[in-house]
Design a protein around this ligand. Structure first.
Ligand code: GLA
Length: 703
């Protein structure tokens, strides 16, 4: 304990306070995490009010996890720091050696002189009262120090949080929620494929009393290790410890004498309910994660060639697709897989990033010129980290892929291998190819894909990916990049400091999206969630859905189209074009406002709304056939109870359901109601038939 350290430190946000006791167990304990406390709060009394007495059969000095639990003192949860020198585990006993508190930030230095280890913990209150934490470790001995595990965040969880929601999924089925009790099992989640994967295990919710919740995330695009462990032996007000860490291969992180290693950042936030938590994460993402968010232009409507043409590409077919796209009001034309080298199917040519002379005898220029003439900009799909065994790149550099030395077999996935991104020459090759493409063509956007898991694993793979994408962004700052990994396999705040969009899933089925968009938007603002109208029947689920339903659902995100307009009926094209126009009119609200998660007594009705400066748009969508003639009214949120709003239902309306509107004339011109009535009583919308979605527009009236 440092001589001049106070006993307590507090970190305040706009609505949140954390209080830490600095004097205990050589580190710091959380004694309070919750709604903002008054300035004069007596922190010693606060600690006394949460202190716990000694029980029989506990260690005489009951262990406390602190902010970096170590394998010492009888603590039965996992250590947040595990180090090794040669074959020997380093038994640390870290003590507070220095501290620094600034408004909204706390830095703690811990030292174990005998072990030659120094640790710095940085906690900072960011935008939206999201707390960002990382850990830095310095090797102060003359021997190399191997890091087996080092948590970015080891949060002693206040005892009132008794349940958690974690996420799981698979390709085309991302972000399923499971809610369960924390005690006694806790939760262990780990990714091993070299990216966060479809499992969503780097996102987590804890639930406290009432609606209160805590959201946590690791901002890292590689493997993670999430642990939520119950502390049954401890004597603190913390029921569990939540650790968020990157997962390192054995020998991946070894510090030379004097060297410092900094973990990726972890973030967490507490909020009174799930809407408030979403808003907190969104303001953090908008203010501190997304690159130059303030300077973004409106999110353009995409048309992507993948579900329209697949590998069946030709200049005339793409020209025709571009014409049809422009007629719908599309603003960005994206050429997906199949444009390069011999890539006429998915078994070949990854790595050969040259425009295919077969598909484009005159190069890409004529297509891009046509796209521009149609007032759209041009985007291109790439998958830089991959190589096909059948490619010139692989034939020239068979050693550039991840492989086991001496092992003849190189197991593929989707017929492809992964490049070793830790190798500077691999990155230099990729930079040269991508840089040339971007210099030679007017490309406004790259869809950066990553379609296989990494086996064998590659040390330094994620750092290599970051180095490449950072170099390209520096050279081409105007190019927007989307993170895709067969859909939502690489979505995190690490990649989102470099990208302006993610591809939440390959599954465009609107009913699946009605589950996924609320799950992703618990953490991510709508403007980064690619949201496309796909074909019907959906190629993945086989489900047929009306255009009206598909288009309304797709509006709540960064809207696009992933289907061939030539295969739509005239009526479908009109409906789609009308919704694209609506999206353009509303994106300023959807992409800047506060998202409210709406609940409805019918579990088959999904609803949400976005409120921005007195204007709001809600979506309510029914997926099943209701047992009632009339669904319960939809209650809105986030409005000023005393203000009056004009409420209308933007057209086009769902074909069948509109028959059940009692006063269509009024819904067209607008009904005037107070915020209190809209939030308390709600709106009686015809929501009893499957595939029925309504948009509700609200405009605050002057006093
Ligand atoms: C991945 C992406 C798709 C598409 C294909 C192309 O699956 O998620 O959107 O780009 O690759 O091969």
């Amino acid at each position: 304990m440092v001589a001049d350290a106070p006993d307590y430190a507090r970190i305040d946000g706009a609505g949140l306070t954390l209080v830490l006791a600095l004097a205990r167990s050589g580190g710091a304990d959380i004694v309070y995490a919750g709604a903002r406390l008054p300035a004069g709060e007596d922190l010693a009394m606060l600690a006394a009010a949460s202190a716990r007495g000694h029980h029989e059969n506990q260690p005489d000095a009951p262990p406390r996890p602190g902010l970096l639990p170590e394998a010492k003192g009888g603590l039965l949860t996992s250590a947040a720091i595990l180090l090794r020198r040669g074959a020997k585990q380093v038994a640390t006993d870290l003590r507070l050696s220095a501290w620094q508190a600034e408004p909204g930030a706390l830095t703690l230095d811990l030292r174990d002189e005998a072990a030659g280890v120094e640790v710095r913990l940085d906690w900072r209150m960011g935008k939206g009262d999201v707390i960002a934490c990382h850990t830095a470790l310095t090797n102060r001995s003359a021997e190399p120090l191997a890091v087996e595990h080092l948590a970015s965040l080891a949060l002693p969880v206040p005892r009132r949080f008794m349940e958690c929601t974690s996420y799981w999924g698979r390709w085309a089925g991302e972000m399923h929620e499971t809610r369960r009790a924390i005690a006694p099992d806790g939760l262990t989640r780990q990714s091993r494929g070299g990216k966060p994967g479809f499992d969503g295990g780097n996102w987590l919710l804890l639930h406290g009393a009432g609606e209160e919740c805590l959201g946590a995330h690791l901002a890292w695009s590689g493997d993670f290790a999430t642990r939520l462990e119950c502390d049954t032996a401890g004597a603190s007000d913390n029921a569990a410890v939540l650790q968020l860490a990157a997962y390192w291969q054995a020998g991946e992180v070894v510090l030379a004498p004097g060297e410092t290693f900094t973990t990726p950042e972890a973030v967490f936030a507490l909020a009174p309910d799930r809407s408030a938590l979403a808003q907190a994460f969104h303001s953090y993402a908008r203010g501190e994660v997304l690159p130059q968010r303030e300077a973004w232009s409106p999110r353009k409507v995409h048309l992507n060639s993948w579900e329209a043409l697949g590998f069946d590409l030709s200049e005339p077919a793409l020209m025709a697709l571009a014409e049809d796209a422009a007629a719908l009001g599309i603003e960005r034309f994206v050429l997906d897989d199949g444009w390069f080298a011999g890539r006429r199917n998915d078994a070949t040519s990854l790595g050969d990033w040259h425009v295919s002379a077969d598909v484009f005898p005159n190069g890409l220029a004529p297509l891009i010129a046509r796209v521009h003439a149609l007032a759209m900009d041009f985007g291109l799909w790439v998958e830089p980290e991959m190589v096909s065994p059948d490619s010139d790149l692989y034939r020239q550099h068979p050693d550039w892929c991840l492989h086991l030395e001496g092992c003849a077999e190189r197991p593929t996935m989707r017929g492809q291998l992964a490049l070793d991104m830790a190798r500077a020459e691999v990155r230099a090759y990729l930079f040269a190819r991508l840089d040339a493409l971007l210099r030679e063509h007017a490309i406004a956007y790259l869809k950066w894909d990553h379609n296989r898991t990494l086996f064998p694993p590659g040390a330094g793979q994620t750092q290599g990916f970051y180095a490449l994408i950072d170099a390209l962004r520096a050279a081409h700052p105007q190019v927007e990049i989307e993170s895709c990994a067969s859909g939502g396999g690489r979505i995190d705040f690490g990649v989102l400091t470099r990208c302006t969009r993610v591809w939440p899933s390959d599954n465009n089925d609107a009913i699946e999206r009605l589950r996924m968009i609320p799950a992703w938007s618990q953490f991510l603002p709508l403007e980064v969630l690619g949201s496309h109208v796909g074909p019907s029947p959906n190629p993945i689920t086989g489900r047929r859905l009306s255009m009206d339903f598909r288009a309304k659902v797709a509006m709540f995100g960064h809207m696009g189209v992933e289907a061939d307009p030539a295969r739509m009926t005239e009526r479908e094209r009109e409906t789609l074009a009308a919704h694209i126009a609506l999206y353009k009119a509303w994106r300023g609200v959807l992409h800047r406002g506060a998202l409210w998660r709406l609940t409805h007594p019918d579990p088959n009705i999904a609803a949400m709304m976005v409120v921005h400066q007195g204007t709001a748009l809600a979506l309510a969508a029914q997926t099943a056939f209701s047992p009632m003639f009339d669904a319960a009214p939809l209650r809105l949120s986030g409005l000023d109870p005393d203000a009056r709003y004009r409420v209308s239902l933007p057209e086009p309306w769902p074909a069948k359901a509109q028959r059940y509107l009692a006063r269509p004339d009024l819904w067209r011109t607008g009904i005037t109601l107070s915020g209190a009535a809209l939030m308390g009583q709600g709106l009686a919308l015809p929501l009893t038939h499957p595939e029925t979605a309504w948009l509700v527009a609200l405009e605050r009236l002057p006093e």
